[in-house]
Design a protein around this ligand. Sequence first.
Ligand code: MN
Length: 248
Amino acid sequence: MKQSTRRNFLGQSALAGIGTLITLPTLGALLEADKKAGVNTPSPFKTGFDQQPLPYAYSALEPSIDTLTMDIHYNKHAAAYSKNVKEAAVAESVDITKPLEDVLGKISKYSVKMRNNAGGHYNHELFWQLLSADTNTQPSAKLLAAIVAGFGSLDEFKKQFTGAATTRFGSGWAWLIYNSDKKLSIVSTPNQDNPLMDIAEIKGFPLIGLDVWEHAYYLKYQNRRADYIASFWKILNWNTVNDRFNSI
Ligand code: MN
C-alpha cells in the first residue's frame, strides 16, 4: 500500500468510526424537533446571538433609507440588542450555541431584558436581509398565489400590511407570517416582540417584518411614517421572502 493510499484509508476508517458514534440529524428530524418545541422556524433560517455583517453598504438603500439612519440603526440600536441578549443569556444560563429561536419560543420564562433584546436582535437580523438595493425583486409565482389566495391581490396585501404598520401605536413591527393554520396573516407586535414568541397573540413564521420604531426612519421622514412605509416597498427584497416561504 502506497503511503498516500494508506493515509487515505486510515482517514476514512477514522471518519467511519466517528460516524457510528455521532448521527447527524436530518433536516426532517430538526423540523420535527422544532415542532415539538412549538417553534415554527425551518432550520435553514435559525438565528445566532452574534450580529451578522450588514449585507450591503450603509448608503446602498438611498434614497429610501438614508446612510446615517442605516449606520446608527445597525451600529448602535441593533448592535445593542445583540450585546444585551448575550448578557441576558449569561445571567439566565442560556446556551448561546443553540438557536435564538429556542429562547423566543419560550420567552415568557425569561426576564424582560431577555424579551426585549432577544426580540430586538432577531427582528433586526431578519430586517437587514429583507432589504435590498435591487428595486426590481418580485414575489415568486408560489408566494404570489398564496398572497392572492389570502388577500385578494398583491396590491390589497400591500394595503393591508401598510395599514398594520401605520396603525401600530408607538414602537413596534408589522409582519407577514405563515401561521399555525398554514395560512398567511398580517399582524403587528409592540416593542421588540415578534410572532415566534410564546406570548404573541398570533404566532407564526415571519416572512416579512417591518421596523416601525422612530429610530428606523425619523432622521429622514420625521413624523411621516406612511412615507417611510411607501419607500419600504421599493427596497423590500422579495428574494429573501421567497426563500423563506419556499423553506416551509
Ligand atoms: Mn430598529
